[in-house]
Design a protein around this ligand. Structure first.
Ligand code: BGC
Length: 749
């Protein structure tokens, strides 16, 4: 080819592509100056039914997080993306990969609709934070928000637009493996935490440093029978509105872009196709404007539930029941056009779902620059850096619960001779759970590493095996390691691998092997600190007397060892309070502080006949909701209310003085609970309504003021209507849900 020919061909190519550009620019939806709603409508008009189905189709492209079916794609199919048959991928991440596939969608598909890339970024992306349940125990909304912001920063720098978090499922059953992902048993606190996480993940959603949140699992997934994963759920509307819905509602009100339908049924209908949940509650009552994604395969699971005879009927029921984007199972892409043509699914239902999804693709700026999350420099700079790790370290220390500290054994001086015993203390693999996104356990600081830097004379021994069983020789070796030590630090609990989805456990006692180990060590007469790793509250009854101090460390993430060392040495004075009751025995489960009185009221440890109790164990949990110690002590006094009778529309002011009476500066979480004595529906014996986390220097005293308004005294009826009723109330204030002082109050009409 001559030079002249080449120039002519190139010029032709440029003018053809410019013509293409101009044509595209003339399309309203391509014009960044047009309001999003108009762009969405313009684009929708141009879409075929098949392309609409494509927008509702999310496929997996990485590690599976649910069962695989034979038809599942392992790698993205370029031809499908070009044909507009996929709207989103989960588990496709990293700048290089997301850029590669985004390019196909944006530059080679007919309408150039960008893809959404999603992943479970549950407690960090590469810098792993403490599990959400642990973080919730900090009651520190700022830290919680900040942790989500760091996770979003790292995820967005790695090409992702969307996380499947926060999990807002209330659960009162620690046998359920997923309690680790939530914020505990309280609807009010759960709502504040869910909202903080949404704010952290999403920010303003347009700066390229944040990602969409997904409030999950809608709804009442945490109520699975007997804590068994994927089991049946049977809750009343009364429980739904008053116990389960408040956290989802608060997170949605904080602006969450998406929600995820849960695996379970509600009133006999799978949540994914449940008209009451998806239309009445979500769209009408909550005025939710975002979009819904199914959970993994929940469309096809309609068949297993016995709610649909085949895939086609399943899809018909889901779409008419409020389902929008489908995760993994591909019914939509294969069957939706047919259902619409047969008149079984109205096109307006499909259009509504597609519009909601497109709206967010525009809002994230993907139509104007589909590669704005694909920046190699940012990926290097923003992910797993020192700053992010510092925040994770603080979050981890803030989440650790001091449950016992006899004779002020803790904090320890760094010159103390300590023995560290426990296999999990050195096993980084067991320290991490399943939901660690891109976290690499090899980069984490184990307990052993963290403590070795603070206590140079530390001796170590495994004490038990990976499965928590032990042998005589392991016990002998542990005793040997203990010989020259003054204090024994014993790491027990559960491997991180036992936390999360599909990790329900019938027995949550401390393993026999670990108990045997503690018994043997106890005989040395040396003080024992139990450092408990676990993704849930376990039954600690058998080990409390075998230990002098107990620190519930949970699953603290990348900075495990450093954070544990900070707490043990008093660099960080523990300030967490548990957000889930620690059962005295598995037989008590579900056990929670905000129970109902019944006609034969439960007394915590009372005796006597004919009242609601067990004959072999107490009613009270081992450690109640809101409980947690500090190295210092706090004294509460002067609990006051400005009047004892209020009109229903007035604010109620309650104040209390809190003084640091111990030897260390510290933080206290001052908690306020109410009880509605008689109402048109029964009310719990206590309900958390306010709290404040305060810092007090040694000897310092602060006056804490709480203002309660009508909202705090109201509750829901079966249909989600708010009821505010005059009558007598009790107000309790204290440092946990049991040790409280009481005031009376009357609300007048
Ligand atoms: C879980 C969801 C998760 C999804 C995608 C499902 O098995 O229930 O919480 O977001 O998988 O990984």
């Amino acid at each position: 080819m001559t030079l002249k020919n080449t120039i002519i061909i190139s010029a032709l190519a440029i003018s053809i592509s410019m013509f293409g550009q101009t044509k595209k620019q003339n399309m309203l939806y391509k014009n960044p100056n047009t309001p999003i709603e108009k762009r969405v409508n313009d684009l929708l008009k141009r879409m075929t039914l098949e392309e609409k189905a494509g927008q509702l189709n999310q496929l997996n492209a990485g590690t599976e997080t649910g069962p695989l079916a034979a038809h599942d794609q392992k790698v993205p199919n370029i031809a499908d993306i070009k044909a507009g048959k996929v709207g989103s991928y989960l588990n496709l991440e990293g700048v290089a990969l997301t850029m590669k596939y985004q390019k196909v969608a944006y530059e080679e598909s007919r309408l150039g609709i960008p893809l959404l890339f999603a992943k479970d970024v549950i407690h960090g992306y590469k810098t792993i934070f403490p599990i959400p349940l642990a973080e919730a125990c900090s009651w520190d909304l700022k830290i919680i928000e900040q942790a989500a912001r760091v996770a979003a920063l790292e995820a967005s720098a790695s090409g992702l637009h969307w996380t499947f978090a926060p999990m807002c499922d209330i659960s009162t059953d620690p046998r359920w493996g997923r309690v680790m992902e939530g914020a505990g048993e309280d609807p009010y606190l759960g709502g504040l935490i869910g909202a903080a996480r949404v704010r952290g993940f999403q920010g303003n959603l347009v700066d390229g440093k944040h990602i969409m949140a997904c409030v999950k699992h809608f709804a009442a997934y945490g109520a699975v029978e007997a804590g068994k994963e994927y089991a049946h759920v049977d809750v009343s509307r009364f429980a739904l509105w008053n116990k389960y819905l408040p956290p989802y509602k608060a997170a949605i009100e904080a602006g969450a872009a998406t929600i995820m339908n849960s695996f379970n049924v509600f009133e006999g209908v799978p949540a994914t196709a449940n008209i009451y949940l998806n239309h009445t509650v979500l769209k009408q009552k909550f005025k939710f404007k975002g979009f819904a994604i199914s959970d993994w395969d929940t469309y096809t699971e309609m068949i297993n539930h016995g709610y649909s005879a085949d895939k086609k009927e399943a899809l018909e029921k889901v779409l008419n029941g409020g389902g929008m984007m489908e995760m993994n199972s591909s019914l939509t892409i294969n069957l939706l056009p047919q259902l619409v043509k047969e008149g079984k699914v109205p096109i307006k239902v499909v259009d509504d779902a597609v519009k909601r999804i497109l709206y967010y693709k525009f809002k994230l700026g993907l139509f104007d620059n589909p590669y704005r999350y694909c920046d190699f420099e940012k990926e290097k700079k923003d992910v797993f850096n020192t700053q992010n790790r510092e925040i994770a370290r603080k979050a981890a220390a803030s989440s650790m619960l001091l449950l016992k500290n006899e004779k002020e054994l803790l904090p320890l001086k760094t010159k103390t001779k300590v023995a560290m015993i426990g296999y999990y203390a050195k096993s980084k693999e067991d320290m991490f759970d399943f939901w660690i996104a891109k976290g690499d356990y090899r980069q984490a600081v184990s307990m052993l590493e963290g403590l070795s830097t603070k206590f140079p004379n530390l001796s170590y021994s495994d004490g038990y095996l990976a499965d928590a069983s032990t042998t005589d020789s392991l016990i002998q070796a542990a005793l040997e390691a203990a010989k020259n030590a003054d204090v024994l630090l014993v790491n027990i609990g559960l491997s991180g691998k036992k936390a999360g989805e599909d990790r329900s456990l019938a027995s949550i006692k401390i393993a026999d092997g670990q108990q045997q180990l503690l018994k043997a060590l106890r005989k040395t007469g040396k003080p024992i600190v139990a450092l408990i790793s676990s993704g849930r509250p376990q039954v600690l009854t058998q080990i409390t007397d075998l230990t002098d101090a107990i620190l519930q460390c949970w699953i603290p993430g990348t900075e495990t060892g450093n954070a544990v060392a900070d707490v043990l040495t008093g660099v960080f004075n523990p300030s967490a309070k548990t957000v889930m009751s620690f059962p005295y025995d598995e037989g008590q489960i579900p056990v929670y502080y905000n129970y109902f009185n019944t006609g034969r009221p439960t007394t915590p440890n009372g005796s006597g006949d004919w009242f609601s109790r067990y004959r072999d164990i107490p009613n009270a949990p081992l450690f109640p909701f809101g409980y947690g110690l500090s190295y210092t002590s706090f004294e509460y006094s002067n609990l006051k209310i400005d009047k004892s009778e209020f009109s229903i529309s007035e604010n109620v002011n309650v104040s209390v003085s809190v003084k640091n009476t111990g030897k260390y500066d510290g933080e206290e979480i001052v908690q306020l609970y109410i009880r509605d004595i008689a109402a048109s529906y029964i009310r719990p014996v206590k309900e958390l309504k306010a709290f404040e986390k305060i810092a007090l220097k040694v000897g310092e005293e602060k006056l804490i003021k709480f203002t309660l308004s009508a909202n705090d005294f109201s509750f829901y009826d079966m249909d989600g209507n708010t009821l505010l009723e005059p009558g007598n109330f009790e107000i309790y204030v204290g440092g946990n849900s049991v040790e409280v002082s009481k005031l009376n109050l009357k609300l007048l009409k």
